[in-house]
Ligand binder design. Structure first.
Ligand SMILES: [Zn+2]
Length: 85
């Protein structure tokens, strides 16, 4: 199941997606659960690029320990600044 990103028109489609019959949009959002299917007609290069992207998505973000959370102050606050000449 995919939905048009522009008008939410929903279709079921297993092959190449058409343009939206309602508004002509070409971008569809995957609505079913689980990962979007990989099109069968990918070239080997496209397939490896897709798999690499999936692997990167599955990687947990790197956790750095011991990182100081205190931001270095970039603004120096001066007190007793005269605003009037
Ligand atoms: Zn549409």
């Amino acid at each position: 199941m995919v939905g048009c990103v522009a008008c939410q028109f929903q279709i079921r489609n297993r092959s190449a997606l058409p343009t939206c019959p309602q508004c002509g949009e070409m971008v569809w959002a995957w609505l079913d659960e689980g990962p979007a299917p990989v099109p069968e007609d990918l070239t080997a290069e496209e397939r490896s690029a897709h798999e690499k992207a999936q692997a990167e998505l599955n990687q947990k973000p790197a956790v750095e320990e011991g990182v100081s959370l205190e931001a270095t102050p970039e603004v120096t606050i001066e007190e007793n600044v005269k605003l009037e000449p």
